[in-house]
Design a protein around this ligand. Structure first.
Ligand SMILES: [Zn+2]
Length: 155
């Protein structure tokens, strides 16, 4: 009597992300993305089909409260290669919304987090599962590399 993994008994996929407008951390049910999640405080839509800016204040909360893989782009505004790979990251987030949470962390604004994860070159992409680092890639990564790194099924 085995249950299908995608049946009604499958565990809910959760993510904690901060609202881009008011910065309130929100708990999101990734199984209900089609219903258009909204911020509990300001009621603006929370859009998961693009990278979400994270900060020191909510980074750990996102890592711990998210049940799907979390891909974090450690970047800086002055970094040319980071700008080069931004469209790839955008496309990855759009393709795998709900399956992977994609965060962007500005290493200039959030140096403590960058130090904690020993970020030496940017961009650095790190995949976390249940708060633990599962893989990393240093340098520009294309869509295929991001998919391999996060382990999502490729189209
Ligand atoms: Zn809000």
């Amino acid at each position: 009597m085995s249950q299908p993994a995608t049946g009604p008994t499958a565990p809910p996929r959760r993510a904690v992300v901060r609202c881009a407008v008011c910065s309130t951390p929100n708990r999101i049910d990734l199984g209900k993305l089609s219903q258009g999640p909204r911020c509990a405080k300001c009621r603006r839509p929370i859009l998961l089909d693009r990278p979400i800016k994270a900060s020191e204040a909510d980074f750990d909360q996102s890592l711990q409260g998210t049940s799907v893989p979390v891909l974090v782009d450690f970047y800086a505004d002055w970094c040319g290669p980071c700008h080069m790979m931004a469209p790839m990251l955008d496309e990855f987030a759009a393709r795998h919304a709900g399956a992977v949470l994609v965060l962007k962390l500005d290493t200039e604004v959030n140096p403590k987090v960058a130090t904690r994860f020993a970020i030496r070159g940017i961009p650095t992409l790190i995949v976390f599962q249940d708060g633990t680092e599962r893989g990393r890639h240093v340098g520009v990564a294309d869509l295929k590399t991001l998919e391999t790194l996060t382990g999502v099924p490729t189209a």
